[in-house]
Write a protein that binds this ligand. Structure first.
Ligand code: ES4
Ligand code: ZN
Length: 326
């Protein structure tokens, strides 16, 4: 097995990370106080104790409730900068974070406030730690396609400040098909498409995301193994999967880490990557996810190098930056 410090030193990119999911209980309480909001918990410990999820929806309920403390540009800045500080400790050289504008515009927090805070922190993270980034705007799939269309319109003034659009939230019952028209608009704007698929939803949602939304990466995708033809296609076309091991165990996609299929997929030649998803809720940042997989399943130095390399090649960084890191 690869040594921890070697893993930390490997240049890695994080491609599946929700900024709202990096809101640590301590910061949640601090922002609640700053914004004069009362949380339904007495303490940081009581809040952490509530992080026991039976499924994706249990988690999403707490995640949306927590995000309500984010009110000002400064709040989005503090949230994003705290995440980048953790990245620097873990040897993360490039990040492609998601944010969910609809979670905030629904509370009358403007798109401008969100973009300004996040973008200013990404610049600061580049100055302080040399971390490069590409931002991804994500639609909430439990809302209507019309709502996503409005959200895309509202984001147009920042068109040059994000590179892709994603699709997250409650997967089952909200297939990629529901968002076909808005993703046509996304791609017509020259933006890349990605989507959460095959986390709780069936393998068919992965095929739909590829065929109907024309996504260039699949977020999660671990249920692809339920369709052997699809597995072959993902390998043939080298479609990257952004896998989130601790998330999958916490949300009961796999009952324990030793049951996780990520290393089997890697051994079959799929372009899998390791990511943290919502680290404040799932018990670990990027390096913690690598270590959890190593300790439960095993990870050789060559496998770790391949996983880190996949994260760089599957990223949206420019070719010059890629060459520097490889
Ligand atoms: C998410 Cl783990 C997961 N799945 C779907 N949507 C999400 N948003 C934040 N985390
Ligand atoms: Zn996710």
């Amino acid at each position: 097995n690869i040594d921890t410090e070697l893993l930390r030193a490997l240049p890695k990119a994080e491609l599946h990370l929700h900024l709202e999911g990096t809101l640590e209980p301590e910061l949640m309480f601090a922002l609640a106080e700053r914004n004069e909001i009362t949380l339904p918990y007495d303490s940081v410990e009581a809040l952490r104790d509530a992080y026991e999820f039976g499924n994706l929806q249990d988690f999403l309920n707490l995640y949306y409730q927590g995000a309500a403390v984010l009110q000002s540009e400064e709040d989005f800045y503090d949230l994003t900068l705290a995440y980048l500080a953790r990245c620097a400790e873990d040897g993360v050289v490039h990040v492609e974070p998601f944010f969910d504008p609809q979670t905030h515009t629904a509370r009358a927090i403007t798109m401008a406030c969100q973009f300004r805070g996040i973008l200013r922190a990404l610049e600061e993270g580049h100055k302080r730690w040399g971390i490069t980034s590409r931002l991804i705007l994500s639609f909430l799939r439990h809302l209507s396609e019309e709502d996503a269309v409005v959200t895309l319109q509202q984001a147009l003034p920042w068109r040059e400040h994000f590179v892709a659009v994603g699709l997250d939230s409650s997967e089952k019952g909200n297939p990629p098909e529901k968002f076909q028209r808005v993703f046509d608009q996304v791609r017509a704007l020259g933006l890349k498409a990605v989507a959460h698929a095959g986390e709780e939803g069936p393998a068919d949602y992965i095929a739909q995301a590829l065929d109907l939304l024309k996504v260039v990466r699949i977020d999660h995708g671990v249920r692809c193994t339920e369709d052997e033809q699809l597995v072959k296609r993902l390998i043939d076309q080298q479609i990257p999967l952004t896998v989130c091991p601790l998330s999958n165990v916490r949300l009961k996609v796999f009952s324990q880490m030793s049951d996780h299929n990520i290393m089997q997929l890697l051994k079959r030649g799929m372009c899998v990557t390791i990511n943290s998803d919502d680290p404040a809720y799932f018990g670990g940042y990027l390096l913690d996810n690598f270590l959890a997989v190593r300790d439960a399943i095993g990870m050789s130095k060559a496998e770790a190098v391949q996983l880190a390399r996949n994260s760089l090649t599957a990223s949206f960084m420019d070719s010059e930056t890629l060459t520097q890191h490889l």
